[in-house]
Design a protein around this ligand. Sequence first.
Ligand SMILES: Cc1cc2nc3c(=O)[nH]c(=O)nc-3n(C[C@H](O)[C@H](O)[C@H](O)COP(=O)(O)O)c2cc1C
Length: 333
Amino acid sequence: MSWLRPHRRRAGTSTTEQGWSPEEVRGLEDAVARAPSVHNTQPWELTASDRTALLRERPDVALEQHDPEGRDRRLSCGAAVTNLFLAVRELGWAALVRRGPEESESDDPLLVATVRATHRQQPSVAEGQRFRAITRRTSYRRPFHEQQLPHVAREALLAAGNSSDVHARWITGIEEARTLAEILGYAARVHRKDRHYQRELAMWLTSGQGGVDPGGGIASEDLGTEGVAAVGLVGSSSRLPDERQLAEWMANESIMVLTTATDEPAAHFRTGEAMQFAWLTATSLGLVASVITQPLNLTEVRAGLRDRLGLPGPPHALLRFGYPVPVPSQHRF
Ligand SMILES: Cc1cc2nc3c(=O)[nH]c(=O)nc-3n(C[C@H](O)[C@H](O)[C@H](O)COP(=O)(O)O)c2cc1C
């Protein structure tokens, strides 16, 4: 569920040229609600009227243990901005995105972005493909198919993850994979034995019923138990893989790290936008992905990765990409 205030339309105006129809607003709402969010909390509020949509952050949706600084909440809001932009483009409008209260000339400190439909303009083929990927994108927390990503796909993902404010690069070679495995192994042990952390996580795990207020929470059966994803969201009973084995798995996956030059809230929003842009690009190419931020919410983990991988700034998210393992077809008599 997301928070969408009712659409207001001025009497006597045409919905096609003046404002969005209720159905179009529902389309925007649906696209935003499908953005990935930390623990599926959907920590945003959407308001749409005439031809302007406002996305606001909801700091009251707080994860004090997992996300004490609100970093993941801001990444989530950034991902929602990407979906909102694509949804406005899909309606056939040029979309002007103003980020933060300053660009929007607003005094609302919680304003993440204003997306305004300025004039009629058909979406590009790539925008249409990414828009259609919104409903198919999902967190794939399992080992990937052994087939490696072709160079052209890795290039496309890298281009999508990089933006004017966000730097994306691959974890490359066994040495970097060993470093990552060591640091993620450390974070996994810290989180597994932290009782306060685990109590909060348990509140967001559902048994597939959904309905945790205000977002849906995560179905416990969706948590990664095997491969790299086993250290992606660690619960109290997670079995942690051997670090050497973890490093080998990591070296065989395509793992992207997203960093920014600064560690300001604006940088977190932009990272979320880039993350979702890359994720939708992957989905449109028939790939699957999952994001890992849990370890990066520990200060020493961010500092350690930055230092030992020589990153140009603080790391905010790790994205793993691959091909899905085909589901065996049902036996037919
Ligand atoms: C900012 C952010 C951080 C996330 N961190 C993690 C993580 O550390 N581990 C994980 O397994 N999933 C993580 N996720 C994935 C969310 O749990 C997931 O998006 C949410 O439950 C909705 O499910 P879906 O992606 O399948 O739509 C994160 C998502 C976002 C947007």
